[in-house]
Design a protein around this ligand. Structure first.
Ligand code: NAP
Length: 243
């Protein structure tokens, strides 16, 4: 019987590395993305080259209709199976100082992270509870813990998901569903491409940006049976930057 894991934003960066890690752990991957089919296909090819299995599942996590349509279709076609690992990873940033920030920039960033967490998690939670096993892992950020100037939207989105992680963990712990968050610092992906790495790495005690695979290892551990007693936690992975 296949065991299924869904990674939102699995087409690139941290999400792709998480897909590969979970595939190595024996999961069949549902690779979500918004628009970049070419990169999503690359993730799938890399999974298959490891001998793993997966399928593409495009939808916009910030659009309830699009989430419901894609996931309800999958659920109706897979009677007897369920998605036991959910990684809420999809997210974007659109930085601006608060004084200049438009309402659009505010919602463009809040919606995929915070509403996306709600739409996707709520749909999959029931089966995890009924089957008495589930792993929900939310990719948040140092910004959601510390707050970052120029990122009031992003910090609020990630801070909101952190609080929701702690609340939901207490609701479902008895049902053997764990809910945790991982909070990366600077990780080398498309999202950090434009940043001045040489300057920023001087601020990081480890002296370098992290790699997506390092975040994926942590997510893999939290998804594993070995992490059954860890729930409601926010685990930083930031090279010692600040927690
Ligand atoms: P990335 O390389 O820019 O990839 C973003 C991923 O999210 C892509 O797969 C993208 O799909 C998907 N996505 C964006 N909006 C979406 C939507 N509305 N619906 C579905 N998918 C959507 O970013 P990353 O650096 O890997 O970041 C992954 C997560 O880690 C994000 O939540 C980010 O906030 C968090 N994070 C990153 C860092 C860092 O330093 N990189 C640090 C802390 C936290 P498409 O390919 O289709 O666009």
């Amino acid at each position: 019987m296949n065991k299924y894991a869904l990674v939102t934003g699995g087409s690139r960066g941290i999400g792709r590395a998480i897909c590969l890690k979970l595939a190595r752990m024996g999961y069949t991957l549902l690779i979500n993305y918004r628009s970049n089919e070419t990169e999503a296909k690359r993730t799938l090819e890399e999974i298959e080259s490891l001998g793993g299995k997966g399928e593409l599942m495009p939808f916009d996590v910030s659009d309830a209709d699009s989430v419901n349509k894609a996931l309800n279709k999958w659920i109706s076609e897979h009677a007897g199976s369920y998605i036991e690992v959910l990684v809420n990873n999809a997210g974007i940033k659109q930085d601006n100082l608060m004084i200049w920030m438009t309402e659009k920039e505010w919602y463009n960033v809040i919606n995929p992270s915070l509403n996306g967490f709600f739409y996707v998690t709520q749909l999959l939670l029931k089966d995890m509870i009924v089957k008495r096993f589930g792993r929900i892992i939310n990719v948040v950020s140092l910004s959601g813990i510390k707050g970052m100037p120029g990122q009031t939207n992003y910090s609020a989105a990630k801070g909101g998901v952190i609080a929701a992680t702690k609340a939901l963990a207490q609701e479902v712990a008895k049902k053997k569903v764990t809910v945790n968050a991982v909070a990366p610092g600077f990780i080398r992906t498309d999202m950090t491409e434009g940043l001045n790495e040489n300057e920023l790495k001087k601020l990081i005690p480890s002296g370098r940006f992290g790699e997506p695979e390092e975040v994926a290892e942590l997510v893999g551990f939290l998804a594993s049976p070995a992490a059954a007693y860890i729930t409601g936690e926010v685990i930083s992975i930031n090279g010692g930057l600040y927690t």
